[in-house]
Design a protein around this ligand. Structure first.
Ligand code: PLP
Length: 428
């Protein structure tokens, strides 16, 4: 990127608009798992945009679907019938696992979560929400308001009353030494304790694996155990699948399926990867919940035929090529390789994750103290080596986040791991 563009960026965009690298990169094009910057440098994209490039950059099937639809009409309104939207909704509904499902398309994960909160509070006639500590659900007033990681909240004002539950993170804190079964029991006790102090809670919202929170997974079955308690009170379970959806975790299409013993969530939200970079978000809920709103409403750009055409082509490719299976296989090899690398340096506290959603937590050598500066240095060094990786947000910037497109090959996984190995050794 030219310095000029960086200076112009600074002069006109908010200071708080996150921008990676001391000398930010201007990405001009991409193909497969690679992107190129304006200076012609090639990078292996281990962050998949920001978990948005689900299949591959410039996937011909998606590009063709977008350009063909854009050539016909870009957008009118969902006030008119829209074939692409109906077709994508049919597929999402049947894949969601939610019975009698209805789908509402939005333009972002934030808007999807706002809609889920609107539905839950309207259905339950309550503005009380349970959320997880260290969670992230988006940047609107209500999504920030319920987000457990308070970094984004300049005030504690929120239209919703939120109480925070243990369970999203277990590698630190009072529950760190517990077995899976003990951890689940302790979190369920915490949930029961909170519910004993409230009345009429609308919903619990949770990411099956916390994303911005540093790719922390609870033990399988935690949310099933929660759901049993929630059902005793008629409280809805909202699964925020914005990062975990569409096979990224390798074992399942959805993150909630690792917690499926007591049935699917009442509401599921998705975004990021479904459009392979086109702005699609959405909410799935059973008809009784979705239809509890009684005023007609639309999202002006939600369900736009161009984005829906992209989503359809992308989803078909993902399913036909079993990219969930690829995430499991290649992600499994990659995490093993990164664990071996982690064992050779004292600055890696933990390598964790599932499928192609892998976190590397960095600490000051010989201590348990999070080291965001080391993460920043490793990210810079990786970039010098031709590799893009992400990091956690808010209080979790000491965690490197790896989430490449799900078409990642074994050779590319090895190539990226080798760059990371060098970056960790040189920058820690
Ligand atoms: N929910 C989760 C779990 C997310 O990770 C994010 C974004 O990172 C959001 C919601 C908000 O999505 P968006 O940035 O598309 O509004």
């Amino acid at each position: 990127m030219t310095p000029d563009l960086h200076a112009r960026h600074r002069a006109v965009l908010p200071d708080w608009l996150a921008l990676y690298y001391d000398r930010p990169i201007e990405i001009t094009h991409g193909e497969g798992r690679h992107v190129w910057d304006a200076a012609g440098n090639k990078y292996l994209d281990f962050f998949g945009g920001i978990l948005t490039t689900m299949t591959a950059h410039a996937l011909p099937e998606v590009t063709k679907a977008v350009s063909e639809q854009a050539g016909r009409i870009i957008h009118t309104s969902t006030l008119y019938l829209n074939r692409q939207m109906v077709e994508l909704a049919e597929r999402v509904a049947s894949l969601s696992g939610i019975p009698d499902a209805r789908v509402f398309f939005t333009t972002s994960g934030t808007e999807a979560n706002d809609t889920a909160l609107l539905l839950a509070t309207a259905y339950r006639r309550s503005n009380q929400i349970l959320a997880m500590r260290n969670s992230y659900h988006g940047r609107s007033f209500s999504a920030v308001g319920i987000t457990g990681n308070r970094s984004w909240s300049p005030t504690s004002l929120s239209p919703l009353q939120t109480l925070y539950v243990h369970g999203g993170v277990r590698s630190r804190g009072p529950y760190a030494q517990l077995t899976d079964a003990q951890f689940i029991e302790a979190c369920v006790d915490d949930l029961r304790d909170i519910l004993g102090q409230t009345r009429g809670v609308a919903a619990l919202i949770a990411e099956p694996i916390q994303g911005v929170g540093g790719f922390t997974s609870p033990p399988d079955g935690l949310y099933a155990a929660f759901r049993e308690v929630l059902q005793e009170h008629g409280i809805l379970w909202i699964a925020d699948e914005v990062q975990t959806g569409w096979g990224r975790t390798g074992d399942h299409l959805w993150g909630w399926q690792a917690h499926a013993q007591n049935g699917p969530p009442d509401i599921l939200t998705f975004a990021k990867g479904i459009g392979n970079g086109m702005s699609i978000g959405g909410v799935v809920a059973r008809a009784e919940v979705m239809n509890c709103l009684d005023s007609n409403s639309i999202s002006t750009f939600g369900g736009s035929p161009v984005t829906m055409a992209a989503g359809l082509a992308n989803l078909i490719y993902l399913l036909e090529h079993d990219l969930q299976g690829n995430a499991r296989r290649v992600g499994g090899l990659l995490i093993e390789r990164l664990r071996a690398v982690g064992a050779t340096t004292e600055c890696v506290r933990e390598v964790r994750g599932r499928g192609l959603m892998i976190g590397i937590e960095l600490v000051k050598p010989g201590t348990d103290e999070a080291d965001p500066d080391a993460a920043a240095r490793v990210i810079e060094a990786a970039r010098e080596g031709g590799l893009l990786v992400g990091k956690g947000g808010g209080h979790n910037t000491s965690v490197l986040r790896i989430a490449p497109p799900l078409t990642l090959t074994v050779a590319e996984a090895e190539e990226g791991a080798a760059v990371l190995e060098r970056a960790l050794h040189s920058a820690c």
